[in-house]
Write a protein that binds this ligand. Structure first.
Ligand SMILES: [Mg+2]
Ligand SMILES: [Zn+2]
Length: 165
C-alpha cells in the first residue's frame, strides 16, 4: 500500500490522476498530545448526502461539530479524520474539488479553535477491494504507524456500523 503524503495544506499533492492509494493530508508532522480520537467526516462533522459530498458548496457542518472539535483541542486530544471518499474513484468528484473541501474544512475548523492532526481518505470504490476502505483497518494502521496512535486505547466515531461512502 503506497500512500500520498501531503504537506500542511495539501499543496504538495500528487497529480491526483493516480487514485490507487490512500490519501493522507497531514496537518502537522507530529502529534502535540498523547490522546487521540478518530472521526469520520460525512455524518459526523458534516451532513452526509446520499449522492456524496462532491463540492465545498455541498459541505454543511453540523451546528455542534466545530464546538466539539474546539473542546477536544482544549482537552488536549488529537483528532484524526478517517473517511471513505469513493466519490473520487466513482468519478463523481474531481481531485481539485476534493482538495478544496479538505482545505476549506480545515481552515474553518482552525478558525473556530479546533484542529486536525491529519486526515486519511480512501478514494476507492467497494469493488476495488482495497485495504483502506472502512471498515477495513488500513487507514487506522497508517495513522498508528505515523503518529504512534495506540489503537487499543483509541475511539473511532463514525455514523455507520459497517460501510459508508
Ligand atoms: Mg459517515
Ligand atoms: Zn481504499
Amino acid at each position: 500500500m503506497h500512500c500520498f503524503f501531503h504537506s500542511e495544506d495539501c499543496q504538495a499533492a500528487g497529480s491526483g490522476e493516480d487514485n490507487s492509494s490512500m490519501i493522507i493530508c497531514s496537518g502537522r508532522p507530529a502529534a502535540a498530545f498523547t490522546s487521540f480520537v478518530f472521526l469520520d467526516r460525512d455524518g459526523i462533522l458534516n451532513v452526509d448526502r446520499s449522492d456524496h459530498v462532491k463540492h465545498w458548496s455541498e459541505f454543511q457542518f453540523y451546528p455542534d461539530a466545530l464546538e466539539a472539535l474546539r473542546r477536544l483541542r482544549r482537552r488536549k486530544i488529537e483528532v484524526i479524520l478517517v473517511s471513505n471518499q469513493s466519490a473520487l474513484n466513482r468519478g463523481l468528484t474531481q481531485w481539485n474539488d476534493f482538495l478544496d473541501i479538505h482545505r476549506n474544512m480545515l481552515q474553518r475548523i482552525r478558525a473556530e479553535g479546533g484542529d486536525l492532526l491529519a486526515a486519511f481518505y480512501c478514494p476507492h470504490r467497494p469493488d476495488e477491494a482495497c485495504d483502506c476502505r472502512k471498515p477495513r483497518p488500513g487507514m487506522l494502521r497508517a495513522a498508528a504507524d505515523l503518529y504512534g496512535v495506540p489503537l487499543h486505547a483509541t475511539t473511532m466515531m463514525g455514523d455507520k456500523v459497517t460501510v459508508g461512502h
